[in-house]
Design a protein. Sequence first.
Length: 183
Amino acid sequence: MWEYLRDQADLHQTKAIEHARAAGAEWADLVPALAVKAPSAAYNKAKRMQAAALTEASRGDRPIRRTPEAVREAERLAAARAAAERRAEEEAARRHALLAPVAQRLLEYRTGLDDDEDVTFWLDQIAAVLPSCHTRTQLVSLQTYMEAVVRELKKVERTTGRAAATTDDARLAYAATAELVRR
């Protein structure tokens, strides 16, 4: 119980320190509040308290050591994770810019595609997600649904021995989709 209370106090005190520093407080101003004797000690104590906040934010099983070095390393790792997430989101947005018009065209010419039950299901999924495709999950779902349509259309061609697209526009939309999901 005491450990929990101490961690909660550290979390709130860390936030208070961040607010004070953002408002322009110097480390020397925080010396009495942190019950230390020097500005460098205030900085080090603040870094140690950040360990609790970083452990909470990372939801890690192992708590972060309460040293300034360990906190800096945890901050570096958190920044690296955030950068990787940003890159993934940017890639998903770039990919969506390519996928959306091709998916729209596929839907426009769906009457010229084989009306197999599985093909229809995946085209319906594309139609459902395409208008509101904003989150990373939706962007990934659109890609997955387009891959599934191509897979099912190829399966229709393989099993029936006939073309899955009956009109020129549908053939072009199918070919563009197949080319895009292959990349």
